[in-house]
Design a protein around this ligand. Structure first.
Ligand code: B12
Ligand code: SF4
Length: 451
């Protein structure tokens, strides 16, 4: 079958810098199974609306797949409408965290045919094969579909892929790689919160992912998106991907977009050992976790080329950390940040203002915490209840979410707007509080992008 994969625009204000790994994997498994795949990377190409429409009109495909984060729901909604208007008979399948976290809303409000819930590699293969063979769609695990009357039906969930090493590498060559390599990501993107622009001489960079899932259960995070259970690729498999990417695209900086890179300590050490033993000369960065970091691990990572570790600290208040089930104490956060700053030069830390239980006292605790360790936060978000999180359930139970689709449409750019207020402050007060935190702590990101 001929499958068209569309990568929609995300973060319009910034140059495209994050390779869509998920679509890359889907392209790989489909091609390996003998299907034809075309990719239209609207995020990398940023086409004018009529250009995009012309492409769709002329595209030769049997089924089209697209997807993304729930914050781009509006973009996806418009795209689905366009696809179905131009080619009403060609099935549209939507995947990613938008489809997975709000399947009922997506199906009820859009003429989409199928949703892929969670990991997509095995599901899309099964779905395409079943469509091609005229088989029974109720037997395809991991999708939402429609019955004869058009009503949405959820099929049973698909089993997670236990051994991630069995997956092929993403099919990079189908994407405009020059765009992704030359627009910096992670440590080498100093403007990432402003306009994402690259400074002259910025080395080629690229993102990749070494694990899926997370064993923690922070209430503001959509941790079960890729299915419950943490899985990681072997150190050898990750290093092989890096070696290949480096030789193909001359990349010097690699950025792991894993939720947390250091969960399996042995794998981290094995990965560093391979880089060192094989003289793989790269720089790289990842997200850490303050309760898991040790001085020995930072030293090892640094020796192997790691130049950047990011931490989601969220708050300096023990009460808030408990409320959000962070499983990190203020003492652990202090220790890890100080260690990382001392050994790596900087620690990239993000915070969330307005979490449940936030008061003037907890805000002051966060400010004092940062000041006590001379920490300039990277960014301070507003607490935002993304669907699929416990925070969303809390907001819903408290009657703070009315019409579910309107809520998705109101989701602003990356926690820069208040969409639900969990505190006793007025919106105006909360905005001012965050603004003051940003100023008093000289947070790196001072910009608020429009919706
Ligand atoms: C990289 C990343 C980003 C990138 C964007 C990448 C992109 N091109 O879309 C950037 C940095 C821009 C980003 C920003 C944000 N992100 Co983000 N991000 C991630 C992260 C860490 C990794 C995604 C990834 O590459 N995964 C690896 C690949 C292999 O998986 P995948 O892309 O999901 O694809 C698989 C499946 O989803 C599925 N699939 C995907 N697409 C399709 C399409 C079809 C047709 C099919 C069949 C299947 C399918 O199959 C793929 C293969 O298995 C995830 C966390 C995570 N664990 O996934 C969060 C995550 C997606 N982000 C999240 C959030 C909240 C945000 C922000 C709001 C955070 C913030 N405060 O700034 C912003 C929003 C920005 C915006 N303007 O909209 C949430 C989404 C919650 C939700 N309900 O949707 C997640 C889940 C984090 C979390 N644990 O809560 N993010
Ligand atoms: S915030 Fe990080 S540690 Fe917490 S559940 Fe999400 S991915 Fe896991």
């Amino acid at each position: 079958m001929k499958i068209l994969l569309i990568h929609p625009v995300i973060r319009e204000w910034a140059p495209p810098n994050c390779f869509p790994s998920g679509l890359g994997y889907l392209a790989s498994v489909l091609l390996d199974a003998g299907h034809e795949v075309d990719v239209y990377d609207a995020n990398a190409l940023r086409p004018a609306p009529d250009e995009f429409e012309d492409y769709i009109k002329n595209a030769d495909y049997d089924i089209v797949g697209t997807g993304g984060i729930v914050t781009i729901y509006k973009t996806l909604k418009e795209l689905i409408a366009k696809l179905k208007t131009i080619h009403p008979d060609r099935p549209v399948i939507l995947g990613g965290s938008c489809a997975t976290s709000a399947p009922d809303v997506v199906m009820a409000n859009n003429p989409v045919d199928y949703l892929c819930i969670g990991e997509g590699e095995n599901t899309i293969l099964d779905l395409v094969d079943t469509l091609e063979g005229g088989g029974d769609m109720s037997k395809v695990d991991g999708i939402w579909r429609r019955d004869e009357s058009g009503a949405p039906v959820a099929n049973p969930p698909r089993r997670i892929i236990k051994d991630l090493d069995t997956l092929p590498f993403p099919r990079w060559e189908l994407f405009p790689m020059e765009t992704y390599v030359n627009n910096p990501i992670g440590a080498v993107n100093m403007n990432k919160w402003v306009d994402g622009g690259a400074a002259a001489g910025t080395p080629g960079s690229m993102n990749l992912v070494s694990s899926r899932g997370c064993p923690y259960k922070c209430i503001y995070c959509y941790h079960d998106f890729m299915g419950a259970g943490y899985r990681f690729r072997s150190a050898r498999n990750i290093a092989d991907e890096i070696i290949l990417l480096k030789s193909k695209y001359d990349i010097q900086y690699f950025h792991f977009t894993d939720d947390c890179f250091i969960i399996n300590k042995k794998n981290v050490y094995d990965f560093c050992d391979i880089l060192l033993q094989e003289n793989i000369d790269i720089e790289w960065g990842c997200a850490g976790r303050a309760n898991l970091m040790t001085e020995e691990m930072i030293l090892k990572m640094r020796e192997a080329g790691c130049i950047y570790i990011a931490y989601g600290i969220e708050s300096g208040s023990p009460k808030i950390l408990k409320n959000i089930r962070k499983k990190v104490s203020v003492e652990q956060a202090t220790e890890s940040i100080l260690m990382t700053k001392r050994l790596m030069g900087r620690a990239d830390c993000s915070f969330i203002a307005g979490l449940p239980g936030e008061t003037m006292e907890t805000v002051r605790e966060t400010i004092d915490f940062c000041k006590s360790i001379a920490l300039q936060p990277e960014v301070i978000f507003f607490a935002t209840p993304y669907p699929g999180t416990e925070l969303y359930d809390i907001a819903q139970k408290a009657g703070k979410i009315g019409d579910k689709e309107e809520f998705l449409l109101s989701l602003g750019e990356q926690g820069e707007q208040i969409v639900v207020n969990f505190t006793d402050f007025s919106d105006e007060e909360l905005r001012e509080i965050k603004e003051n935190m940003v100023l008093e702590l000289d947070a790196w990101n001072k910009v608020s992008h429009k919706k």
